[in-house]
Design a protein around this ligand. Sequence first.
Ligand code: 13P
Ligand code: SF4
Length: 396
Amino acid sequence: MTTTATLPQLQCESDVGIATVPLASEGAFASWQGDIPERFRTLGGPELVERVREARAALGQRAVVLGHHYQREDIIQFADRRGDSFDLARYAASHPESEYIVFCGVHFMAEAADVLSAPHQQVVLPNLAAGCSMADMAAQPDVLGAWRELAAEFGGTEEIIPVTYMNSAAALKSFCGERGGIVCTSSNAGRVLAWALERGRRIFFFPDQHLGRNTAHAMGIPEREVSLWNWRLPSGSRGGLSTDELRRSRIILWEGHCSVHQRFSLTQVERARAQHAGVRVVVHPECRAEVVRHADAVGSTAYIARYVEEAPAGAVLAVGTEINLVSRLAKENPDKTVFCLDPVVCPCSTMYRVHPAYLAWVMEELAEGRVVNRVQVPEQQKEHARVALQRMLQLA
Ligand code: 13P
Ligand code: SF4
């Protein structure tokens, strides 16, 4: 049996789990939510665990803790439900019994839970600075500007269906809902794009170019019918696309990416195959096209977890996704060799911002009847964002 600890390419602390240090000792704390009460900054791991447990017990059924697969070990241990972003959204939509949904994930996930949950439920994100750099690449004014340029090019937008990846602000989900569009996640992008192409000649897809391109490829859409809209260009540049490129596009992709997944490369896939006979490569669809096309399997975080769990004993699996999930899968599948494709990969820095000190803080406040760090989507966005999310949930 080989374990992660004995694989030569695994070297950094995150490969074998990250120790809980007090918030005050976290090097990157300056970029996190800073207004946490002083008393939580110096608490160490064991004390934090104890305090979260006590608050959890005091809250009982009144709270449910949801944990995305990329959450660190010292957080995921408290999750009543773990999942990918689709599963957690569906859970929030169908479990009105808890008054509070404590979402251990990132901001767009908490927003989706707020949109989908019942009016009496309140969603709390332990650290409000836990965002998503990919979601931030699609700012609402930029998307609206691009939409107007597309309208000018095509003489209207009747034939264009806007599709937003779950990893986007609620304002963009609302934008899609209002214009006959829809949301997708990494677990249903193929079904969603097929739905959209039944209703329009073209899709405007944001923010992840890689998920869009990989899905289009899997659907058999030729590369020349997929174009890339460069949102960094000055307005009026039509995303850097010519009339011809726009007119032959069935899918117009926003030039966004995930900095964690964009690190995975074809060289890493080839190295894994050269070094481990019979290795199976499984990756997330946010990886570049050449990585996905050379992998054995591709899917959401829940799919990846299932793929590893269902592999036979003795299997060797190289995984292209965030390191907290890879390390957990390695630990939970000791009869298999599970390692990360990238030898120096770091955790998703925003997921990592959900430190146990924040969880202890928000849970203790809830136990005292006070809600801090509530994520509340403005009512004017909720209605159409719900339409776009429900269209996706109905397709599943
Ligand atoms: P999943 O929907 O596959 O959980 O992915 C979310 C995410 O942010 C991947 O980077
Ligand atoms: Fe966003 Fe990438 Fe982190 Fe997922 S892994 S939450 S896409 S930055």
